[in-house]
Design a protein around this ligand. Structure first.
Ligand SMILES: *Cc1c(COP(=O)(O)O)cnc(C)c1O
Length: 428
């Protein structure tokens, strides 16, 4: 049995860990079956507990932009561990990675490090509320900003734009301060802002969305949000936890030339260790404690091992002038190959792609927001996922996730992936 040991491990895990996982999307709930337990990883490959090898298109959900167990990162972690794993004092490393991040990303003067993307977004919102002295925020359906209460919000019923909790445990009191709009719908945002004049602290957005598949902003959308924020005295927050240091050195601000007031980071910035960060101009960032009144803290924030991994990761990205064009070309090659396979079988699909983010949707209509992302044929996706897994190709176990292309992928890996896709759909 191909997944025998994984199945046994999963059974054991479910007794002591809710659902057997420490983050729900790992549980294969969207596709059925039991999750594969990985034993190790190197470069573009994962190796599971049964000894199967996979070409990896999840890459820890983004962080492993340069491949698994990237040697400079491994060495940095080892060397830092010898010097001590945590001090609870400032370190020179923190200033060094801060300086580098600020030099790579446009329009930021200061950065605060935290331990996850969730913390980064949660703290950025608190800072925006403290800075503007306003309570409400606008988010977009289908965008994910981590699991803090203000973001676990679904659209209210009928014409109301007021949010309602989409998880038990989130209070109505919290939910009422999060207003929801459809991605790429500027008119809707303008209407919400007009109806809540002087009440919106911030608009938070994945400026290229990656948590409903990959959904790029339509031309003018980000620019429109920028001018609405300026008009209404609200802050524009780019959640670049997925896109930061992935789509360009300076993320979406650089790629699309639109300026945000605050930017959130995670994933790549930690090189595979638990790191998040949020950043902005000095006048806003100095509203944070200990300079300003907005409280935010963390025992392990700026942890030396995590910072040493992140620093080497950012240095490697910063020093490689061809990295982003290589990633772009590999991703375009994959799109062409898999699209050809689907077309030959007359499979209805849409492919969205920006840089090294790509998603295939089993529906021929354009996918521009959460509503259109939901039109995809989930049964077809389920079959495709399991077929690819059985052929040693590891894609996300959900139709609402981006594939992450890493620099470790060779063209042989991409060809093998395209060939696997052809075999999977051969009988369709
Ligand atoms: C992954 C992600 C988060 C949450 O980050 P965690 O480290 O999982 O808490 C927030 N925003 C976006 C856009 C993400 O992709």
């Amino acid at each position: 049995m191909r997944y025998q040991r994984s199945s046994q491990l999963f059974q054991e895990a479910t007794k002591v860990i809710p659902g057997g996982v420490n983050s729900p999307v790992r549980a294969f709930k969207g596709v059925g079956g039991t999750p594969v337990f990985m034993a190790r990883a190197k470069g573009a490959y994962l190796f599971d507990e049964d000894g199967n090898q996979y070409i990896d298109y999840i890459n820890s959900w983004g962080p492993q932009l340069l491949g698994h167990a990237f040697q400079p990162v491994v060495t940095a972690i080892q060397e830092q561990a010898e010097r001590g794993t945590s001090f609870g004092t400032p370190t020179a490393l923190e200033t060094e990675i801060a300086q580098l991040a600020i030099s790579m990303v446009p329009h930021i003067d200061q950065i605060r490090f935290v331990n996850s993307g969730t913390e980064a977004c949660m703290s950025a919102i608190r800072l925006a509320r403290g800075y503007t002295k306003r309570d409400k925020i606008i988010k977009f359906a289908g965008c994910y900003h981590g699991h803090s209460d203000s973001f676990l919000i679904a659209a209210g019923s009928g014409l109301s734009t007021f949010g309602v909790p989409n998880s038990p445990g989130v209070t109505q009191g919290t939910a009422k301060d999060t207003l929801l709009a459809a991605y790429n719908n500027l008119d809707e945002v303008a209407a919400i802002m007009a109806a809540n004049a002087n009440e919106i602290a911030a608009i938070i957005i994945e400026p290229v969305a990656g948590n409903m598949g990959c959904v790029p902003p339509l031309p003018g959308f980000l620019e429109g949000l920028r001018s609405l924020c300026d008009q209404h005295g609200s802050l524009l927050i780019f959640d670049e936890v997925m896109t930061g240091f992935r789509l360009a050195k300076g993320g979406v601000q650089e790629l699309y030339g639109v300026q945000a007031d605050l930017v959130c980071f995670g994933k790549v910035i930690g090189g595979g260790l638990p790191v998040g960060a949020f950043a902005g101009p000095t006048n806003i960032m100095e509203y944070l404690s200990p300079v300003g009144p907005v409280y935010q803290a963390g025992t392990l924030s700026g942890n030396p091992i995590a910072m040493s991994a992140g620093l080497v990761m950012l240095q490697s990205i910063n020093n490689d002038q061809e990295l982003f064009s290589r990633l772009h070309e590999k991703t375009a090659y994959l799109e062409k190959g898999i699209s050809t396979v689907f077309k030959q079988k007359n499979i209805a699909f849409t492919c969205n792609r920006v840089g090294s983010m790509i998603s295939f949707h089993f529906d021929e209509k354009p996918v521009t927001d959460f509503h259109t992302a939901k039109n995809g044929d989930n049964e077809q996706f389920r079959q495709f996922f399991h077929g690819m897994l059985d052929h040693g190709i590891y894609i996300a176990p959900s139709a609402y996730e981006t594939w992450f292309i890493t620099d470790a992928l060779s063209y042989e890996d991409l060809d093998a992936t395209i060939a696997a896709a052809a075999q999977v759909v051969a009988s369709w």
